[in-house]
Write a protein that binds this ligand. Sequence first.
Ligand code: SF4
Ligand code: SF4
Length: 181
Amino acid sequence: MTNELALRDNFFKKYHAEEIQNCIQCGTCSGSCPLAPYMDYGPRQLFALIREGDMTEALNANTMWFCVSCYNCVVKCPRGISITDHMYSLKKLAAEKGVKAPKMLHLYRSFNTPIEKHGRLTDVAVMAGYGLRHPGAAFGNIPLGMKLAAKKRMEFKARTVDNIAGFKKVMEKANELERLS
Ligand code: SF4
Ligand code: SF4
């Protein structure tokens, strides 16, 4: 067995993803995914790669990082495959294997950092976090930011949730469970 096939089989086992083998390649998931146009491979193609054992190609795709967990695909999949869960698992596996972070990981981190600090998001904190790594993208969003600010739809001041100590304990526990999984 090649390394790629062994990696695939380990992925199936560790992340309970064997059901990907039941995919009939109907394409309903990709057709209903709002982010598919931006993905290197839609969910259908991604699962085809995995089934073929092309794990390097699958793990380097941006697909799972673009998934916004809307569950459109899951409710429509005729085989009842937990597509969204597998997207999460693929992100974890990619991180485990040290796959170079795509831009989306930076966006994800710019969401997470203010949440970890304040227990909630602040628009400006997200934009600043992402803009530091991708100034070009941030610059392009300035007109939108100004429009939102004019309509008072932009939050500038970070507000912390009431029980931030309790929130941090929950986050610590979640991170601990994540490390153990
Ligand atoms: S909708 Fe389900 S069965 Fe159809 S391609 Fe997607 S994962 Fe496979
Ligand atoms: S859950 Fe992810 S993969 Fe499924 S339709 Fe939504 S964005 Fe696409």
